[in-house]
Write a protein that binds this ligand. Structure first.
Ligand code: ATP
Ligand code: MG
Length: 569
């Protein structure tokens, strides 16, 4: 294709709201155009990169035996009501009515739709297993759309769903998808890590995320210095720590004025934060608008992990609570504790506090704390892991040091079991002739987010540096001075020859200065350019790799062979 004919509206400056390199360069390089909050048009270059990324995904999935389908984006709300998610999904789910007043949603994910598809077409174990996927639009009315393609409202996702006769077969497919995803992200040239992920209230290790390592990532991941362990902080676990408790300390109430923080209590009573029971009050929100106050009790030296806390009480969400709400419930801000708590308030205690004694806790009375308290005095505690792993904690697999790093979630695979097939009554006849719900897995990739993730990892101060299989073109030929007949002719010939070989070539034939074209090459970030310029009279052209921008002279007659070697075309 010829640059002079393509719509590539490069910009000198990015709009102010763009702060991440990927957002800035995708806008400036003329890949995408903003339409509204979290909404983008893909321009020719952006569409080409998107297509190439999709091609890699499709090739690897097809090789693994998955079949591509395309589901209706507009989904009848009845599917979502049946699965129980119509309410649960909250405001991210865009709901609307048609002219007949029927309810619909724009699919933010397609479990319901896919289960219905299979329910109607698969009746026997003989038709299993089955792995169906699509690469299609999703809409989520995200509360904070930002960072360009990273967190859009309308975005492109690959979503796959597998159906099995039993758990063991679903696990086999889960492992196959993990291996397939690794191939995909490796081909795309990404430095990524597979980590344990939050599996919601179901728990367990049935969910993994694929994280592209980048400082700008929105997710904190916990990794081990020593072994392969890695987990999203929402799911990370650590080796239990040992504590020496003072079992002889007398249980009593003490006057502790102006000590509303752990630090102040620790100082006032001269006790390490490890031996203080910190009580965090939250409001848990459930289906049907029901809510309740929950007290989460953790060690003073720990912090509450909100996803874990939410899962512990099987809530849809947990939110902060105002001082007035606390007061109305009979609680005293700054002096809360799990003992002598007003009746009927649910108490969740962190696992690490089991058997803790000689502890300090708020007395549920202003300016007072209890000392010599033990966790077995707590009435009806629910013990759960609700704390965030901290840096320098020890790995539960090998004892190695754990540390934090940042990641961009580009994929998520999940062992679903019968979570959807049961409520949606999607059943088949098993080998014994009995009806049984399908055992399912689900597998997602953020396709449009991948473009942003690739650029976050591959850019410099001049612009994008696309990886081989994600670049909109394989190569650019820059004709330095288009008015020079020889340069123009050689550029054209090279362009035709490479195009015939199936190489995706962009010919920069614009009537612009060489420096201007070079700047666009650097901004757009195609991996390589051949510059046809002055040196042509000596029978030479230049090859410049975007990686290092070092020109290498080469005899014009050898350039094709050299490129073939370099790129293995
Ligand atoms: P996140 O925690 O980032 O919101 P999620 O857990 O909601 O992601 P899934 O429901 O597992 O994501 O969706 C599958 C994939 O779709 C994610 O791994 C991510 O790459 C991508 N994705 C999710 N939300 C968005 C979004 N708003 N914009 C772009 N891509 C997204
Ligand atoms: Mg999300």
């Amino acid at each position: 294709m010829k640059f002079s004919q393509l719509l590539i509206p490069t910009l000198k400056e990015a709009p102010n709201e763009a702060t991440l390199p990927s957002h800035i360069y995708l806008l400036r390089g003329g890949f995408i155009q903003s339409v509204g909050s979290g909404l983008y048009n893909f321009l020719p270059l952006g569409k080409r990169s998107l297509d190439r990324v999709q091609k890699v995904i499709k090739e690897e999935l097809d090789k693994a035996g998955a079949q591509e389908v395309s589901l209706s984006f507009v989904t009848p709300a009845s599917f979502w009501i049946e699965s129980g998610r119509f309410e649960k999904y909250g405001k991210e789910l865009l709901r609307f009515k048609d002219r007949k007043d029927s309810d619909f949603v724009l699919g933010p994910t397609h479990e319901e739709m896919m289960v219905n598809l299979v329910k109607q077409t698969v009746k026997s174990y003989k038709q299993l297993p089955l792995n169906l996927y699509q690469i299609n639009l999703k809409f989520r009315d995200e509360i904070r759309p930002r960072f360009g393609l990273m967190r859009g409202r309308e975005f492109l996702m690959k979503d796959g769903y597998s159906f099995h006769a039993n758990e063991a077969d679903m696990k086999r497919e889960f492992d196959l998808m993990e291996a397939t995803y690794k191939k995909i992200f490796t081909r795309l040239g990404l430095d990524f890590r597979v980590v344990e992920a939050d599996s919601g209230a179901i728990g367990g290790s049935g969910s993994k995320e694929f994280m592209v390592l980048a400082d700008s990532g929105e997710d904190t991941i916990v990794v081990c210095e020593n072994c392969q362990y890695g987990a999203n902080i929402e799911a990370a676990i650590r080796q239990p720590k040992e504590f020496a408790y003072d079992t002889n300390s007398e249980f009593k109430k003490v006057h502790t004025p102006n000590t509303t923080t752990i630090e102040e209590v620790s100082k006032f009573l001269d006790i390490s934060a490890d031996y203080i029971m910190k009580t965090v009050a939250k409001k848990a929100l459930y289906d049907g608008g029901r809510s309740e106050i929950v007290l989460f009790v953790i060690r003073g030296s720990d912090t509450l992990e909100e996803t874990k806390a939410c899962n512990a009480v099987c809530a849809n969400e947990i939110v902060d609570i105002s001082d007035k709400e606390l007061f109305d419930a009979g609680l005293v801000a700054g002096y809360m504790g799990p003992l002598n708590t007003p009746k009927n308030i649910r108490i969740v205690v962190d696992d690490s506090l089991k058997d803790a004694s000689g502890m300090v806790s708020g007395a549920n009375e202003a300016d007072c704390h209890l000392v010599g308290a033990s966790s077995d005095q707590i009435e009806n505690p629910l013990y759960k892991d609700i704390v965030a792993v901290q840096e320098n904690d020890r790995c539960s697999c090998c004892g190695g040091r754990l540390y934090y790093t940042k990641g961009i979630e580009v994929g998520h695979i999940f062992q679903l079991g019968t979570r959807y097939s049961e409520p949606l009554k999607a059943e088949f006849l098993n080998e014994q002739g009995k009806t049984q719900p399908f055992v399912m897995g689900t597998y997602g990739i953020g396709v449009s987010r991948l473009l942003a993730a690739i650029i976050e990892q591959h850019h410099d101060e001049r612009g994008c540096m696309w990886t081989k299989e994600s670049s909109p073109f394989d190569l650019v030929i820059i004709v330095s001075n288009i008015k020079d007949e020889l340069q123009s002719k050689v550029g054209q010939e090279l362009y035709s020859k490479l195009s015939e070989m199936g190489v995706a070539v962009l010919l920069d034939d614009r009537k612009e200065r060489f420096g201007f074209k070079m700047k666009d090459f650097e901004l757009i970030g195609i991996p390589c350019t051949v510059v046809v310029g002055q040196k042509l009279h000596e029978g030479k052209v230049e090859i410049v790799m975007r990686q290092n921008l070092q020109p290498q002279e080469i005899a014009t007659k050898d350039v094709v062979t050299r490129l073939k070697e370099e790129f293995k075309w």
